[in-house]
Write a protein that binds this ligand. Sequence first.
Ligand SMILES: [Fe+2]
Ligand SMILES: [Fe+2]
Length: 245
Amino acid sequence: MSLYALGDLHLSFQSNKPMDKFGSVWKKHDEKILKYVNQIVGPEDTLVLTGDHSWGRNLMEAGKDLNFIENLPGRKILLRGNHDMFWDAKKTEKLNQLYEGRLEFLQNNFASYEDYALVGSKGYTFEGPFYLNSRGQITGWDEEREEEAKKLVKREMERLRKSFQMASDAGYQKFIMFLHYPPTNILEESSCFTEIAEEYGVKAVVYSHCHGESRFHDSIEGEYHGIEYHLVSGDYLRFRPKRIL
Ligand SMILES: [Fe+2]
Ligand SMILES: [Fe+2]
C-alpha cells in the first residue's frame, strides 16, 4: 500500500483545449496518464491529484474528465487547482456527497491515510509580473498585484489552518501537506506555507502548478528544514505518479 501524487492532468474530454502546443510532453497526454497510472498505482494504493484536473467550466463540462479520473486505479483524492472552475470553493461538501465512494475532494477537511492526516488546499503564490534589468535580474514587481496576492494567501492559509486543526482535534500527529501552488514564490526562501508545515512537523509538502522547464525550479524541491518538498506537476514527472509514502 503506497501513497502517490500527480498534478495538473489538464483534461479536456468535453472542452476544446488541446495541450500539444505546450510541447511534445503534452501530446496525447491523457493516454500517457492512463498508461503510467495503471502501471504504477495499484487498487490498494492512494493517489492524490494536486489540482488543475479539468478545463471544464462547470461540473457538467468536467463530467467526462472526472469520470476518467474515477476510472484510474486506487483511491483518488483531489485538490483544487486554479483552473478547476467546476469546483466552487464553497461547495466542496456537495462534491464529496455527489462523488461519495468514488472521489474525495480535499479542502476544509482532511483525509486519513494509515496514521497520517492528508491536509491540503489550493494555496497561492505571487507570480509577478516581475521587472528585469538587461542582465535578467529582478529589479521590481507589480506591487498592486502583490497586495492582491497577499489577500488570497491569507484566505488559503485560513483554509489550511482549519484543516490542520480538524485533523489535530481528531488525534492525528502525523501530516502530509498538499498545495496546488508552490509553497514559495521566486523571491522567497520561506513563506507562511513553509511555516505552517514546520509548525505541524509535516513529513512532506507536495505541490504542482509549475509547468515547463523554466518554471520547474521556482520553489523548493528536496529537503528543507527537515521536510521533504515534492514537485509533482504532470509534465515535470512526464505523467508518472510520484511515490510519497
Ligand atoms: Fe496547471
Ligand atoms: Fe495551476
